[in-house]
Ligand binder design. Sequence first.
Ligand SMILES: Nc1ncnc2c1ncn2[C@@H]1O[C@H](COP(=O)(O)OP(=O)(O)O)[C@@H](O)[C@H]1O
Ligand code: SF4
Ligand SMILES: [Mg+2]
Length: 348
Amino acid sequence: MTVTSTPRRVLTLRELSVRTGTYPLLEGVSFTVDGDERVGLIGESGSGKSLTALSIMGLLSPGLTASGSISVLDGEVIGAKESALAGRRGRDLAMVFQEPMTALNPTMRVGKQIAETMLLHDTQPNKKAAYGEAVRLLERVGLPDPERAARSYPHQLSGGQRQRAVIAIAMANEPDLLICDEPTTALDVTVQAQVLDLVVSEADRQNAALLFITHDLAVVAMLCQRVLVMYGGRIVEAGTVADVFTNPQHPYTAGLIAASDLDAVDAEGHLTTIRGSVPPAGKFPEGCVFANRCDFATDICKTQPPWTGVPADVRQSGRHSDHPAGRDETGGQDFGYACFHPLGENAE
Ligand SMILES: Nc1ncnc2c1ncn2[C@@H]1O[C@H](COP(=O)(O)OP(=O)(O)O)[C@@H](O)[C@H]1O
Ligand code: SF4
Ligand SMILES: [Mg+2]
C-alpha cells in the first residue's frame, strides 16, 4: 500500500454567488483545488468562468456583490479589505489573463514592472537585486534577449512575448495558486502551444496549483487531472478528466464534448453543436439553467436540480481512489453533477 501525504488545500469555494443589483451571475459555486492539482474550468463563453476567476482574485467590478466563501490558503477573500487582498495577490495567488495588455502597465518598462512585483512583496532586498532577478525571469520564460526585453515597453514586444512577460510577473513571487484565464486565446496559433508549455513547466517547477480556464477541451485533457464544467453561472458537473470526458453525466457536458469532436458531423455534414446559444446574463431559465437547450428536459427541470455527488469508485473502476480528485471530505462539489436525468449507466 502506498502511503501518500495529504497535499495542502490552496483554494476552497463554498456557495459563491455573485449578483448585479438585479440578477445573479454566479450561484452556488463550490469547489476545491489542492496544492498538487491542475484543475480545468470549462464552459461556453458567457458561462461565468472569468467571473469565478476574478472573484477568487478579489477583482470583481464595483457594481457586483459576492456572497459565500472563498478561501485562498487560510485567507478569506469575500469581505476582505483591498489592502489585504493586494498583499496576497501576486504572492499567494496570481493570474494570467487572456489579453496580456490587461496585466501590463503600458507606460512602464517590462523589467521594472517585474521588479516592482517582487519589491511590493519584499521577496527581493532592493531595486538592483529585483531588477537582476527580473532579467533572469525573462530569460527563464524564453525571451530571446532578456536584457533588451527588460528595457522594453510592453508595446515593443510581440503578443507572445508580452504573455511570457505576464507569466514572469505571475510567477515572480512563487505563488501557491496560478489561475490562467484563456491565456493563449489572443495569441497566434503558432505560439499558443509554446505558451501553454511554459505555463505548465513554470507551475510544475514552483509546485504551484493550477486553475486553468479554457473553452478548449483538448487542452484540459492534456493539462489537467480534474475538470469543472460551468454553465449559467453554476458548476453543472465535476470530476476527473478521465471520468467526465469519457462518461459525462450532464447533457451540457456531453454537448461540449460532442461539439469539440471535429469528426462528429450530422446527417447534413454540419459539425455537431449544442443547439441554441448561451442566454445573456439574467435570462437563463428558472430551475435548470440548461433547460431551454436540453433534449432531455421534462417538467421537473423547472426546479433547480440538486447536486448529486458520486464516489469515485462507483463512477468507474475505482482506479481514482488514491487520487486527490476522488476526495470529497469537504462536502464540496468536487465530484458529481446537477441534473435530474443524467446520462450513463452508473447514474440513477
Ligand atoms: N460587471 C458585470 N456586470 C454585469 N454582467 C457581467 C459583468 N461581468 C460579466 N457579466 C456577465 O456575466 C456573464 C458571465 O461572464 P464571464 O464570467 O465573463 O463568462 P465567461 O468567462 O465564461 O465567458 C456574462 O453574461 C457577462 O456578460
Ligand atoms: S436537469 Fe433537465 S434540463 Fe437540466 S440538463 Fe438535466 S435533463 Fe436537461
Ligand atoms: Mg471569460
